[in-house]
Write a protein that binds this ligand. Structure first.
Ligand SMILES: Cc1cc2nc3c(=O)[nH]c(=O)nc-3n(C[C@H](O)[C@H](O)[C@H](O)COP(=O)(O)OP(=O)(O)OC[C@H]3O[C@@H](n4cnc5c(N)ncnc54)[C@H](O)[C@@H]3O)c2cc1C
Length: 294
């Protein structure tokens, strides 16, 4: 199908979702590239999903029947100019940063500008909206360390909230599923760029053992503080392969796509891990569509 504009001018195209995910897996869906709030409201008139950087997703080979919304154009742009009314030394409150902005580039830009607060999230291949929705982070910092205001859109309308309005916590923003984080304003502290860079380098050290291939990140949460990777390794599963999906030899909690893997291959490996690891472990990935018993 070629791209057709919607009633309000959104580009709508039937596309393989694999190209939007870090795993490189996923069948087709109707993708809505929305650039304005008006287009977003139209996209939300039918069942929809919001897709960010696709860095936490395993999407079925059949794709999904719902509309898949991608924030584009102005909703993927950033204005990092300090707001003179809200900024008070050493704190800087920026203009709006679109939910569709890739997080890694933003973190590099903030470092160069000498703005500190989000550098602990270095290396997370998300979009700003997805990272905020999950409160993505590492032991060195998380998204809610640097938020001033969030704009959230639902089929009922648009509202602006502050972190204090939300029941956020560990890897959780408290924002319900399919409430779309369209834009945020950041609250950051002025610092020397070298100081921010040093923190980023330190946080990045923890990723040295992670595989460099296509992956949706860690497969399982650590059960009760025990390393999921260690448990999978101890079950003798490192290097196990189904089709073109592999349990990474570098780190057993990562499943990688060797090229041409299917969602079925990944699900088979997840099933193998569940069968062989004696401790129940909760999945870190989000599955599209969700399994019936989820
Ligand atoms: C190599 C690698 C390393 C990683 N390291 C980390 C890490 O250190 N820490 C960490 O926390 N995570 C990590 N992750 C996982 C992943 O990056 C995070 O979970 C991230 O928050 C997902 O964001 P995304 O934009 O890619 O969202 P997606 O994967 O596209 O979607 C995930 C969920 O967010 C929702 N969503 C997406 N955009 C929006 C939006 N604008 N508004 C509302 N909901 C939205 C989706 O509907 C979906 O429910 C890693 C992943 C990879 C591949």
């Amino acid at each position: 199908m070629t791209a057709t504009p919607s009633r309000t001018g959104a580009r709508v195209e039937r596309l393989p979702l694999a190209r939007f995910t870090t795993l490189g897996v996923g069948g087709e869906a109707e993708v809505w590239f929305v650039e304005t709030h008006e287009q977003l409201q139209e996209a939300m008139e039918q069942p929809y999903r919001i897709l960010g950087g696709g860095s936490n997703l395993v999407i079925a080979d059949e794709g999904v029947p719902e509309r898949v919304i991608r924030l584009s154009g102005p909703l993927a742009e950033r204005d990092l100019t300090p707001d003179p009314h809200l900024s008070e030394d050493p704190w800087v409150v920026t203009g709006w940063v679109g939910g569709g902005v890739p997080l890694p580039g933003l973190i590099r830009q903030l470092q160069k500008l000498g703005l500190s607060g989000l550098e602990g999230t270095v290396g997370i291949p998300a979009q700003v909206g997805g990272a905020v929705w999950m409160n993505a982070g590492t032991r060195y910092g998380e998204m809610f360390d640097g938020l001033h205001t969030l704009e959230i859109v639902t089929p009922e309308g648009t509202r602006q909230v502050t972190p204090d309005d939300l029941n956020w916590g560990y890897r959780d923003s408290g924002i319900p599923r399919n409430h779309i984080v369209t834009r945020v304003r950041l609250k950051l502290r002025r610092a020397a760029p070298e100081e921010v860079l040093a923190k980023m380098d330190f946080a990045d050290q923890a990723r040295k053992g992670q595989p460099k291939m296509k992956t949706p990140g860690c497969a399982f949460k650590n059960p009760g503080g025990v390393s999921a990777g260690k448990l999978i390794d101890e079950a003798g599963l490192k290097g196990s392969r189904v089709g073109n999906a592999l349990i990474a030899p570098e780190h057993a909690n990562f499943i990688v796509n060797l090229g041409g893997a299917t969602a079925a291959d990944v699900h088979a490996l997840l099933g193998l891990i569940r069968d062989r690891v004696p401790v129940p472990m909760e999945l870190e990935y989000e599955l599209w569509p969700a399994p019936v018993d989820a």
